[in-house]
Design a protein around this ligand. Structure first.
Ligand SMILES: *Cc1c(COP(=O)(O)O)cnc(C)c1O
Length: 345
């Protein structure tokens, strides 16, 4: 990645790029802390408890990253040589460097997502292995919400939870952006999360924290994940400095996710007018939009935008992400810059 000063740019690469606000930094600076490996950090404990309550779960556990939280959850659900069913584009399958296999000795069974981001339960059922020494034992179903910005329907989630129970599987949600889903549906996040055995929730995406993910679940499962976290090097000391950002975000940055969704909508509407861009704006549900351009535009467009102070990840299929540091005015500037590039081409 090139070295550049991104602080004053409109950065659409991801919602992980947000910088903590002054108020969040102030909350971090004045956090009560203790040694969290001894369970002594009051801010960490408060954050874990608050998120457990909000999500309808018994316990929570703070992690430095979503990758580690997902892996610890997989290790808590599955033993060595056991199998989990997951989307082929699922984060824990594709984007976590194979950690479940490398560090967890777990066997992933990937399956294509349906157009709405769900996994077809009949297809999942066909993948569940019979009790036979030839096969890895199928233990867990992993869903993602939001999945590429798509919100899973509540009816589907209930169905999937019932399905998992009937088949003796655990069910984990990679809910990195589950608050986006809840805000989009206009329901308390518990309406989504209570149906799962465990949920991993990122604080460092749309919620605007510099670091942090919380895993919630039943006390016994969280105890297993706590052991896995130690193995993975995730036992932190005065982590209350980080947890304070999470507590601040839960209070101030959840409802405002609706602004990110509105900005993504506005951006999609503007870009859909440009004839060289292929974009289905009805597919935009939360803070992400996807569009396609001809290959010859991939690099020059990214360069043109960069000159205009806008950062994207270059490609033929572009993902643009709105967040705390992208305003409605920024969206107008982005649309104008895209129009400027494509005018006369
Ligand atoms: C970002 C993300 C994670 C975790 O990523 P980290 O960068 O490790 O915090 C997990 N799942 C999904 C769907 C994500 O988008």
């Amino acid at each position: 990645m090139s070295v550049c000063d991104t602080a004053n740019m409109i950065d659409l690469r991801s919602d992980t790029v947000t910088r903590p606000t002054h108020a969040m930094r102030a909350a971090m600076a004045s956090a009560d802390v203790g040694d969290d490996v001894f369970g002594d950090d009051p801010s960490v404990n408060r954050l874990q408890q608050q998120l457990a309550e909000k999500t309808g779960h018994e316990a929570g556990l703070f992690f430095p990253s979503g990758t580690q939280s997902n892996l610890a959850a997989l290790m808590a659900h599955c033993g060595r040589g056991e199998e989990f069913v997951i989307g082929g584009l699922g984060h824990s399958f594709k984007y976590e460097a194979g950690g479940a296999a490398v560090l967890g000795s777990l066997w992933p069974q990937p399956l294509d997502y349906e157009p709405d981001g769900s996994l077809d339960l009949r297809k999942v059922e066909a993948l569940i292995k019979p009790d036979d020494a030839h096969f890895a034992r199928t233990r867990l179903l992993v869903l993602e919400n939001t999945q590429n910005g798509r919100v899973l329907p509540l009816t589907y989630i209930k169905e999937a939870a019932g399905f998992a129970r009937r088949h003796g599987l655990g069910i984990h949600l990679d809910g990195a952006r589950v608050f986006n889903a809840a805000v989009k549906l206009g329901v308390p996040v518990r309406e989504i999360t209570q149906h799962f055995d465990s949920v991993s929730i990122c604080l460092s995406k749309g919620l605007g924290c510099p670091v942090g993910t919380v895993l919630v679940g039943k006390r016994e499962l969280i105890q297993k994940a706590h052991r896995a976290r130690k193995i993975l090097g995730g036992g932190l000391r005065q982590a209350g400095i980080l947890a304070a950002a999470g507590l601040y975000a839960l209070e101030h940055h959840v409802e405002r996710l609706a602004e990110d969704h509105a900005n993504a909508q506005a951006l999609a509407e503007g870009l859909a007018q440009i004839k060289q861009i292929k974009l289905d704006r009805t597919a935009v549900q939360t803070n992400m939009l996807f569009l396609e351009i001809q290959p010859q535009h991939a690099q020059p467009l990214a360069e043109h935008l960069r000159q205009a102070g806008i950062l994207i990840l270059p490609g033929v299929r572009l993902r643009l992400v709105t967040h705390l540091d992208v305003s409605a005015e920024d969206v107008r500037r982005v649309i104008a810059a895209f129009q400027g590039y494509f005018a006369g081409r």
